[in-house]
Design a protein around this ligand. Structure first.
Ligand SMILES: [Zn+2]
Length: 148
């Protein structure tokens, strides 16, 4: 079983209010992306839900993004090899939906996996990011997706 500290990594929090929510999660000792607990911490609308993924807005979008969505695995899995057959296809279906819904003509799809102490993620529950930089951002500003 997992230790409480393994569900989130406070070192990877990017905002004070995010760190506060994550501290509460540590106290509660639960995985914040598990469906029975998600609504306790995640206050963004659910956009879409399939068999394998829940598509929602990132509560703390990266700086210089126009769109930042999360596809959160519906089961508690931590690595890609734990996903069932069909999960990858459904993920791309959500991305295609988002491309239509948000009129996306460029962006990135990123997913960390494995040990949250090393992969740079804040939550130890598999999720993918759909990231669309803001065209109006400063020319020298970059959207940064950290791994490690
Ligand atoms: Zn979980």
């Amino acid at each position: 079983m997992y230790m409480t500290k393994d569900y989130v990594n406070l070192d990877n929090a990017r905002h004070d209010d995010q760190r506060n929510v994550m501290s509460t999660i540590v106290e509660d000792g639960v995985c914040p992306f598990d469906e029975e607990f998600l609504a306790n911490y995640h206050k963004q609308p659910i956009l879409r839900q399939g068999t394998f993924w829940t598509l929602t807005l990132n509560q703390w979008p990266y700086e210089y993004t126009r769109v930042h969505l999360l596809a959160i695995a519906r089961q508690h899995v931590e690595t890609i090899d734990e996903l069932e057959a069909g999960a990858a296809e459904e993920l791309f279906d959500h991305v295609k939906w988002a491309i239509q819904e948000y009129q996306i003509d460029f962006g990135g799809l990123a997913m960390r996996f494995g040990d949250v102490r090393h992969n740079g993620a804040s939550v130890n529950h598999l999720h993918a990011h759909i990231i669309v930089p803001d065209k109006d951002k400063p020319a020298d500003a970059k959207v940064k997706f950290k791994i490690s």
